[in-house]
Write a protein that binds this ligand. Sequence first.
Ligand code: GLA
Length: 726
Amino acid sequence: MAISVENSVFHLETAHTLYQMKVDSFGILNHLWYGARTDCCMDYLLDYPDVGFAGNPYEAGNRRTYSLNSLPLEYAAGGAGDYRVPAVSVTHADGSGALDLRFREYRIRQGKYEIPGLPAVYAEDDEAETLEIILEDALSSVEISLLYGVLPGEDVITRAAIVKNNGNSGIKINRVHSLCMDIPRGEWEWIHFHGRHAMERQMERSPLIHGIQENGSTRGTSSHQQNPAVLLCEKGCTETNGFCMGAALMYSGGFQTQIERDQVDQVRWVMGINPDTFAWKLDPGECFHAPEVILSCSGQGMGELTHRFHHVIRHHVCRGEYKLSQRPVLINNWEATYFDFDDAKIERIAEQAAELGIDMLVLDDGWFGKRDDDMSGLGDWSVNETKLRGGLGRLIGRINEMGMKFGLWFEPEMVSEDSELYRQHPDWAIRIPGRNPVRGRYQLVLDMSRPEVVEHLYQVMSRMLRENHIEYVKWDMNRSICDWYTAKLPAERQAEMPHRYVLGLYQLLDRLTGEFPHVLFEGCSGGGGRFDAGMLYYCPQIWCSDNTDGHDRTLIQYGTSFFYPVSTVGAHVSAVPNHQTGRVTALGTRGTVAMAGTFGYELDLNMLSREEKEQVALQVKNYKAHQDLIHNGRYYRLSNPFEENGAAWAFVSEDRNKVLIQGVVFRAAANVLRMRLRLAGLKADAVYRSVQDGRTYTGQALMTGGILLPEIKGDDAAFEICLEEV
Ligand code: GLA
C-alpha cells in the first residue's frame, strides 16, 4: 500500500520517499514531512512557539502557542489567521474573504486520478494510488479537495486541488494554487529558470531571502521568461549529494511560484495558476479544478531528481505513438529559406537531405494563404499554390518518393489582420471593445475560450491531416497575450478568460492528437516559450529555442535538462555564422550539441561543401546509432556551463554498460592541463573500454578520479567519448 492512514496521520510512500500529513485535534491538516523514508511518524518535529502577533483560533482558548501562522499547513487559506502567502483565497457573497479549512473526510482509491479538461500524469491502476482529502469551511460550505497521486515506482507524488461551492451563494476564487508545501526547518536555496526569446531557461540559484521570492508569467503562456518548474535544495546540494525537491506544473498558461521565508525561517512554497491574470466565479454546486503539479525529491542530489522527472515525464506524461519510439531525424526549411521558397527549392533541400540519411522534411512557416512575410496570412490554413505549384499533395508525394516523411508547420492560435479569416471573423481576435489591440509580431490572438473558434480550428486542421499524408505537425505560438476580454462572458466572469483560453487550447490539442495518433506533434512558441509539462502531454517534443547557436544551446539545454527529458528537446544543426548570434562554431560542435535532443537540421544542405556533407551523413549515422542510449539512458550533467569553462554531459544506459560522454569546451587556452570529468551512475566494479582509444578504466576510477578529455584546440570545440563495459 503506497497510501496508509493511522491515528489521523497520512503516509504516502514511494520507493525512496515519504510524504506525511496529520489532522490535529482542531481539524487542521498539518504537513509533517516530505523527504527520505523514515518509517516513523514525524509529528515530533511540530513546534508550538509563542510568536508575538500570531493570532490563535478561537477554540484554542488561551493557548497562545497554537497559531495557524506558525504551523506547517498542508493547504493554506487566506484570511483566517495565517499571514503567509496563501494557496487559496476567495471572496464570499457578503464580501468577506476568510476560509477556515478543517478536515472533513478522505478517500483512497487504486489508480491515478484524472482532471477534466486538463493534462495530468497517467498510470495503470497497479502503478498508482490516489488519496483525496476534503477540507471544508463550515460557515460557507466551500470545500477543497486535495488530490494526491502516488506513483511508488517513479518516486513521484502529484498534487491537484478542486474547489467546490456547496453553499447557497456564489463565491469568487481569487487564487487557487496546486502546490502548497510548508517546510519548517533547513537552510534552503531555490533554483529557477529565467530567460528571454532565444535564450530560455537560464539557471539561477539563490539563497532564500526573508519575504517572498517569486517567478511566474502573465503572458497567457508559460513563457520564455520564466519556467513553471522550480527546485528547492538544501544549501550545498550538488548533482550527486544532498537533498532537493522539484515541482513542475502541468500547465501552459500564466503561472506563479512563490516561496516565502517567514519570520522564524520557515519556508512556504506555493505554485499554480497566476492569480494576477485569474479569478473564477463559482456558483452554488460548481467545482473548479486547478491543474496538477508533479513533485519529487532526492537525497542524492539534483542528478537523481532529474532522473525521476525524466522518467515520469517520458512514461507517464508524454503520449502517442512516438512517446518512447525513435524520432525521425528531420530537416526544417525555416533557417534555410525563411519565407522565400517554392516547391522546387523545397524539393532540392529534401533530395539532398534524403541522400544524407535524414528521415523527414518539415515545411515551416509560409506555405499557406498570403504569407510572404510575417505581416499577413495567419489563419488561412490552405496551401499557397503560387509557391507550391500543384499543391501540397504533389509536394508530399515527391518527398515520400524520396523515402522521406513530411511534416508541416501551423500556428493555429493566431490570426493576421490581413487574412481571409480576420475579414470573415474580426470578432474572433482578442481585443477589448473600444481599445486598439496590442499587436505582437504584427499578429493578433484568436479567442480560444470560444468554442466556435476551437471548432473551426479543429475542422480546418483535421481536414488537412485527413487529406494529406502529414506525419508531423509543428504547433507554433508566436506572441504573448494581453487585452484579455471575451465577448462570450459577462463582466463578472472576464477574469476567467486566460484560463478558459488554456482549456480551449488543450481541448483542440486533445481532439487532434487523439484522432491522429500517427502524427508526431512538436510544440513550439518562438522556440521554447511554452516548454512545460502541460504541452508535453500532447507533444512528446518541443522546439527548445529559436537560438540554434552551438555555444548558447549548451546553456539553454543545460537549464532545460533539470526537469525535461532529452527526448523532448528539439535541437537542430544550423548554418554559420549563426543567424541569431553571428557566432561561428564548427559543424562538429553544432552536431554534438544537437545530439542531446531530438536531432535535426535547419539549413540549406545544398550550400555545404562535399566534406561538410560527408560530415553530416556521419552525424546522422552517429545519432541514429546512439539514439536509444540518448533517449532511454540516464542523463548526467557533468559540468555547470554557467560556472565552468565548458558544458559536459553523459548518457548511461539503464544496464550501465554503455556510456556516451559529450560536451563543448568553451575557451581554448595555451599550456594548460587537459580537462577532467568525473562520471556518475556507473558500475563501480565494472571495467569500461573507450571506443576511441581502447583505454580501459574501472567504473570506480571513472567516478572518483574521472576521465581526461582529449587535447582540445579552438574555442567551442566539442568532444565525444564512448565507453563500453568489457
Ligand atoms: C517561430 C519558431 C521558428 C519558426 C518561425 C516561423 O519563431 O520558433 O522555429 O517556425 O516561428 O515563423
